[in-house]
Design a protein around this ligand. Structure first.
Ligand SMILES: Cc1ncc(COP(=O)(O)O)c(C=O)c1O
Length: 305
């Protein structure tokens, strides 16, 4: 359970306990809703800055547009609301969770006239995949679940119901003693983790599944590609197979929650040296410099409070 911080809900900041919804809320039954995951960091000069806030809020509104949900707030209003939540709770280094969901009204599948609710919560949060994951790496399995394909799933939308696929794959991975699952798409190509995009390194070159694959077009993925280019690394968007994973020099996952997390083992096979590799370490260092406000090339990614 996250810390009991105050939550912005439908235009006002309310106590943690007041941010509730009715049991007949449409989204609770059928899963039509959208969400985001955003991080704020303490910068080297002692301030706090939200990483790529506008891009996340724009993706939230786009997810809703794709799902035919009319968000009753503008991008600007939601950016201001996010900053208000952090200021009210005096949060600096934290995770931010905006959510749009259909509330009371009809319980018909179409949800013609249901109330559209919006909430933004935030709480202090550490490393998503465990405290030593960023340094030591994680153990993954290739999931028995197939990543939902682009014919039955909107890969550009972060919709709540689509996450049943991720939740089941993650629960299976944890039951089997792994930190995270890697899902293949319907053709058998590597798609992504349950909440992360994936990169492999071969002979110093980075590879990641293309933007049009059955993946969420992650904002961290895109950020890392820009950082990698700026650091002189080559990045190729190409299909990756399961055996590419096993013989890669390095594999790492990335996402707002997971940041840049090395993968040290997949399905019982050691990856590379079985430890965080030099390319991943270099990108982690570069990424954390950016989020701490120490790289002027990417200072426009930070929204200071
Ligand atoms: C399925 C999935 N893939 C990738 C990502 C990474 O996306 P981002 O970097 O925008 O957080 C996430 C997290 O939002 C995710 O849930």
């Amino acid at each position: 359970m996250p810390a009991k911080t105050k939550i912005w809900m439908n235009g006002e900041i309310v106590p943690f306990e007041a941010a509730t919804t009715h049991v007949l809320s449409h989204s609770l039954h059928y899963g039509l809703g959208a969400f985001e995951g955003i991080r704020s960091y303490e910068t080297n000069d002692g301030r706090a800055a939200v990483l790529r806030l506008r891009e996340h809020i724009e993706r939230l509104v786009q997810s809703c547009h794709i799902a035919t949900i009319e968000v009753p707030y503008t991008v600007e209003q939601l950016i201001t609301a996010t900053k208000d939540v952090l200021r009210t709770n005096e949060l600096r280094q934290c995770y931010i969770r905006p959510l749009v969901w259909l509330g009371e009204g009809t319980i018909n599948i179409a949800a013609d006239d249901n109330v559209i609710n919006v909430a933004i919560a935030a709480w202090p949060w550490g490393a998503y995949l465990g405290s030593d994951a960023l340094e030591k790496g994680v153990r993954c399995c290739v999931s028995s679940y197939t990543r939902i394909g682009i014919r039955s799933h909107y890969e550009k939308a972060k919709l709540t119901g689509q996450y049943v696929n991720s939740v089941l794959a993650k629960r299976e991975a944890k039951l089997n003693g792994y930190h995270e699952a890697i899902m293949l798409d319907a053709q058998g190509y590597v798609s992504e983790g349950t909440g992360e995009n994936i990169f492999i390194v071969r002979n110093g070159v980075l590879f990641t599944p293309p933007r049009g694959a059955a993946i969420l077009a992650g904002i961290t993925r895109e950020s890392l590609m820009q950082v990698a280019h700026a650091e002189g690394l080559e990045v190729r968007e190409e299909n990756i197979t399961r055996s590419d994973l096993y013989v890669a020099d390095e594999v790492f996952m990335c996402g707002t929650a997971a940041e840049v997390t090395p993968v040290r083992e997949i399905d019982g096979r050691r990856i590379g040296r079985g430890a965080r590799g030099p390319v991943c370490k270099g990108l982690q260092d570069a990424f954390f410099k950016v989020v701490r406000g120490a790289d002027d090339r990417f200072s426009d990614w930070l929204t200071y409070l």
